[in-house]
Design a protein. Structure first.
Length: 122
């Protein structure tokens, strides 16, 4: 069974009970009960974008607080701990906004020639 917070809110006509399928991401209904409609998908994407913006702003506020804490800290171990947490939070923001490190791997092509494949999101 689907987690109730992610469960489709529609009622199945055949049984009169709540649909057991998962709602689309950012939406309230599954693909069978309207989640496949373009306007529903657009609204769901707007909700996801808003959540991402809010989350990013919250993380940025946490980073600002940590920067202030870092400036006040005198103990080198405490400064290192604060810096590590700031790095972790920046990585979350960069990963979620598509700015993470690009990985490149070299492969040998035909006749021994090299080829480079840019794997982008890996």
């Amino acid at each position: 069974m689907v987690d109730e917070s992610r469960q489709c809110t529609a009622t199945a006509k055949s049984t009169g009970e709540r649909c057991q399928r998962a709602a689309i991401k950012g939406g309230e209904v599954c693909h069978v009960h309207g989640g496949a409609a373009s306007q529903v998908q657009e609204k769901a994407q707007e909700r996801l974008n808003q959540m991402a913006d809010t989350t990013t702003a919250t993380i940025q506020n946490q980073i600002t607080d940590l920067e202030n804490e870092y400036e006040r800290a005198e103990d080198p171990d405490e400064k290192l701990k604060i810096m590590s947490e700031m790095r972790r939070l920046w990585k979350i923001i960069l990963d979620r906004t598509g700015h993470h490190k690009t990985e490149r791997k070299e492969h040998t092509g035909e006749n021994g020639g090299g080829i480079v494949i840019d794997l982008g999101d890996e």
